[in-house]
Design a protein around this ligand. Structure first.
Ligand SMILES: Cc1cc2nc3c(=O)[nH]c(=O)nc-3n(C[C@H](O)[C@H](O)[C@H](O)COP(=O)(O)OP(=O)(O)OC[C@H]3O[C@@H](n4cnc5c(N)ncnc54)[C@H](O)[C@@H]3O)c2cc1C
Length: 502
């Protein structure tokens, strides 16, 4: 199902996008990926007079950004105590300041360009309902206060259930991300930028001091390239696949007659639960999100949407689910994004990734850093996110998990015999079976029609797992996703799966 944000087909109606690249040409900057990060870069660069071309594999912002919660905040869960302890107070303060600046940068763009995107200042809260978690909120309060930021400890938030405590950041914001991006697209095109949809970049190569991007059988020559594909689709150099994993979360939008709360809320502990309100047909509705898990790991409807729907019913018994959706984001092993040079061996090629589910502000931070690099300006926050940093592993447990998962999916699971046979697969379900000692991914649709794919990820060769909620093949190593018929949906893979005729 589409997200609330992507449900309105009219938003891009009057915007002159190019559908499908059909020629070779040169441009100053080639931006690969039209999510919030790529489009923010293109917006700032066209405003400065650069000739910019954006390439987008599918539709504008149809991936992470079109399925986000749309909270614009510097409160990234409980984060500042971790940052202070891991990197020191100056680092934590700079991280807070640059994200606060990003909120105002977004507001300034909206005001200056007159973008109608339901932007609204709101307080943001991290809350707990558990006594034993209160100490973490208090620690965060102390860490944030020590940075000189005026946050507040509260015991009431307006949520429809009792909390033990919450940390409030004032004057944060929320918006409709797709209306915002449509506004950016309009500005980019008015300033002679080009946006190509249905255009998949498959490689980028250096040629003297320029870059050639290969897409849809054509070549785009540029001085600068920005990899804004969410998870970088180029593996070597860069090696981002050794430094990041993806995490999926679920959202529902519900209608209720009951009066809704104010503010944006997220739980301190797990399972993560996130709440905000939004406008739909000029009426306030409720968004509930959370139930995250590592992308590619099996989950069920009951444990994801089911749990969110139970919460909606418990506190809003008349609630009616209007939209259900899920998406994923990249999380680095030290919980900091990678922003800057894609690799030290590729000057003038840049990246922004690993926004760890806080990409509304972090994409703006990333765009400003990269635009400064292209313009030769010093950016005082660049050091926070250095993409070529050498000691990126702070989270040793997750690093171990990643190694185990990759070993299993690349090697061990491929040797295991699947425990399902063809006949045991029910209609509207899928599984891996073995045919002549080869693994085959089978999906039987509601009417019994069979789709057979080679269940090996086209990114780096991991064995895929069946996702029965979305009827997709998902990669447990790096998070790529393919439709049941093998069509590539999500990065870092960009090639479809091989299919078999049965
Ligand atoms: C459930 C959920 C809720 C979230 N809620 C919030 C929130 O409330 N606040 C917040 O700050 N952040 C939130 N986030 C995080 C935020 O949504 C992301 O960090 C952000 O949208 C990432 O933007 P992006 O531009 O990097 O990626 P994307 O939006 O995914 O854009 C990348 C684009 O690149 C394209 N692409 C990929 N490969 C290629 C290729 N080879 N060639 C051409 N194009 C390609 C893709 O099709 C895609 O359109 C949330 C994340 C999740 C998972």
């Amino acid at each position: 199902m589409n997200s609330l944000w992507l449900s309105d087909n009219n938003i891009f109606k009057n915007i002159d996008l190019n559908n499908n690249l059909d020629k070779d040409f040169s441009t100053d900057v080639c931006v690969i990926g039209a999510g919030i990060f790529g489009l923010t870069c293109a917006y700032y660069l066209t405003k400065l007079g650069f000739d910019v071309t954006v390439l987008e594999k599918s539709d504008i912002a149809s991936k992470a950004t079109g399925n986000t919660t749309g909270k614009i905040t510097s409160q990234h869960g409980l984060f500042y105590d971790y940052l202070t302890n891991s990197y020191g107070q100056k680092f934590a303060k700079d991280y807070l300041d640059v994200n606060e600046e990003a909120i105002e940068n977004i507001k300034n763009i909206i005001d200056e360009e007159k973008i109608n995107c339901d932007f609204k200042y709101q307080n943001s809260y991290v809350y707990t309902t558990k006594k034993d978690e209160l100490k973490f909120i208090k620690k965060e309060y102390n860490a944030v206060s020590d940075l000189g930021y005026n946050c507040e400890l509260v015991t009431k938030t307006g949520l429809p259930f009792n909390i033990v405590g919450a940390l409030c950041f004032k004057k944060q914001a929320e918006f409709h991300p797709i209306k915002y991006l449509a506004g950016l697209c309009k500005c980019i095109i008015e300033r002679n930028g080009k946006i190509y949809t249905n255009t998949t970049a498959v490689d980028v190569k250096m040629e003297d001091s320029d870059y050639i991007t290969y897409a849809n059988g054509h070549e785009i020559k540029s001085k600068y390239v920005i990899i804004a594909t969410h998870y970088p689709f180029i593996n070597f150099p860069g090696f981002y696949f050794t430094k990041m994993y993806q995490s999926t979360s679920y959202l529902i939008a519900v209608d209720t007659k009951k009066t809704l709360f104010k503010g944006m809320h997220i739980s301190a502990g797990v399972p993560t639960l996130s709440f905000r309100t939004a406008l739909y047909n000029n009426k306030e509705i409720l968004l509930i999100g959370g139930m995250d898990h590592k992308t590619g790991h099996p989950s069920s409807y009951k444990d994801t949407y089911g749990k969110l729907e139970d919460i909606a019913k418990k506190y809003y018994p008349d609630s009616n689910v209007l939209f259900r959706w899920n998406t994923r984001d990249c999380i680095s092993l030290d919980k900091l994004p990678y922003i800057g040079h894609f690799s030290s061996s590729m000057p003038n090629m840049f990246v922004g990734t690993g926004f760890k589910k806080w990409g509304m502000t972090l994409s703006n931070v990333a765009a400003n850093i990269i635009v400064d690099k292209i313009c030769g300006n010093l950016n005082k926050y660049e050091y926070l996110f250095k993409s070529t940093r050498l000691k990126p592993i702070k989270n040793h447990d997750e690093f171990k998990n990643m190694l185990v998962q990759s070993t299993n999916s690349l090697l061990l699971n491929k040797l295991k015999r699947p425990n399902m046979s063809f006949d045991e697969i029910e209609n509207n379900s899928g599984s891996i079976i073995e045919v002549n000692n080869e693994k085959v991914g089978i999906y039987k649709d509601k009417n019994g029609k069979i789709y057979a794919v080679n269940p090996i990820c086209t990114h780096l060769g991991c064995l895929l797992s069946w996702n029965d909620i979305d009827k997709t093949w998902d990669c447990p190593c790096h998070g790529s996703r393919f439709n049941f018929d093998g069509t590539n949906l999500y990065d870092p893979a960009f090639k479809n799966l091989d299919t078999y005729d049965l």
